[in-house]
Design a protein around this ligand. Structure first.
Ligand code: MTE
Ligand code: MO
Length: 364
């Protein structure tokens, strides 16, 4: 990483996200910050649907209600006193990478940088649910954020649900800390939900209420947005687990490399639902020899991830032999045998875009 080429000036640092829209605030992780094994919190992408609500911890209350035996209200001091777990988690927007889909779906035109791997600390939600006692007939928990606005002409809060088994999984956290510090306002202060292994839309920020429900929740962010809908309008189910994916962090797009000099290709790979990445393969394709025989797929070396939901760092040495333009490709496979497809699987919302990773470089 070369500090001198990083952005400078008031408010611009290497470690601040790059704004995509100002209001509501949406920003992607800068490339330099993506190279790190754990993404610095201050550089992490932000995805907001509405204005950021600000609640000091002292004023925060969480109502636990619905289909439970004993509804109650919890304050921040009591939440902070409960046992916390720390987990490294890949946080990825479901729309990450949709700018590579064609035709361009609606939604923010994210490059492959609405992602990061961050350390959250929080209280397992199940501790709170057990205290309330889930009533017979409950099928889901609904999580409500303090933010609200208009979606398709109707006023709504940001609300999402989880099936009981996912909500009560010991790794589903009410997070209070990110990267060792209290959550910042843009990342959901003072308390957000974190559901490791799922797309980040599940991770409701600025949590103010949770309720158990006896019918599947049908709010707009559950059944209208964040649903896979294919080209002929067929609904393919809600956005849920992360899809197997890789990212090339070095070299970067349009870098110059020297012929005959060894370079190390590097990046990360991840997948959903707590599954492990089993394999990452790389290929270097010269513009004049685009056939697989000239440069076949070969295995990258995988590092041990820092936890079951963290990304796996990979590397592969490469010595370019000929001058010209090369396309460097990376393809991950997970323990279920899921492999990144050659092209983005198109859907109307542009979700789950996980084609083989590619960067182009020039060898001189
Ligand atoms: N309350 C609330 N929670 C939210 C959102 C939101 O707009 N409001 N956006 C969701 C989406 S789509 C994503 S990708 C993640 C982004 O988390 P981050 O901004 O901390 O990176 O938050 C999720 N949680
Ligand atoms: Mo998202």
């Amino acid at each position: 990483m070369c500090a001198s080429v990083l952005p400078r000036g008031p408010g611009a640092t290497a470690w601040s996200p790059e704004t995509v829209t100002a209001d509501p605030y949406n920003a992607q992780t800068p490339s330099a910050a993506l190279a790190a094994p754990v993404t610095p919190a201050g550089a992490l992408f932000v995805r907001d649907h509405f204005a950021v609500p600000r609640t000091p911890p002292g004023a925060w209350r969480l109502r636990v209600e619905g289909a439970v035996r004993t509804p109650y209200t919890l304050d921040h001091a009591r939440l902070a006193a409960l046992p916390h777990r720390e987990l490294d988690v890949v946080l990825e927007c479901a729309g990450n990478g949709r700018s590579r889909m064609s035709p361009q779906p609606r939604g923010l035109p994210w490059e492959q940088r609405a992602v990061g791997c961050v350390r959250f600390a929080g209280v397992p939600f199940r501790l709170l649910a057990e205290r309330a006692g889930v009533a017979p007939g409950a099928v889901e928990w609904v999580f409500t954020g303090a933010d609200s606005g208009t979606v398709r002409g109707r006023r709504t809060a940001f609300e999402r649900s989880l099936p009981l088994a996912v909500a009560l999984h010991p790794d589903t956290l009410l997070a209070t800390r990110l990267d060792g510090a209290p959550l910042t306002p843009e990342h959901g202060a003072p308390v957000r939900l974190v559901v490791p292994g799922r797309f980040a839309v599940a991770d409701v920020k600025w949590l103010t209420g949770v309720r158990a429900v006896t019918e599947p929740f049908a709010g707009p962010f559950q059944t209208e947005e964040y649903v896979y809908v294919d080209a002929d309008g067929t609904a393919g189910g809600p956005v849920a687990g992360l899809r197997v994916k890789s990212l090339i962090t070095s070299p970067e797009q349009d870098d110059d490399l020297r012929r005959g000099r060894e370079t190390v290709l590097r990046g990360h790979a991840w997948t959903g639902d707590g599954e492990a990445v089993r394999r990452v393969e790389v290929r270097t394709v010269h513009e004049d020899e685009p056939d697989a025989e000239a440069d076949p797929w070969r295995d990258a070396v995988l590092a041990e991830p820092s936890g079951p939901y963290a990304w796996t760092d990979w590397s592969a040495a490469w010595t370019p032999r000929a001058p010209g333009r090369y396309r460097i490709l990376a393809r991950a496979t997970d323990a279920r045998g899921e492999v990144q497809p050659p092209r983005a699987p198109w859907n109307a919302g542009g979700y789950g875009c996980n084609p083989v990773a590619a960067v182009e470089v020039v060898v001189v």
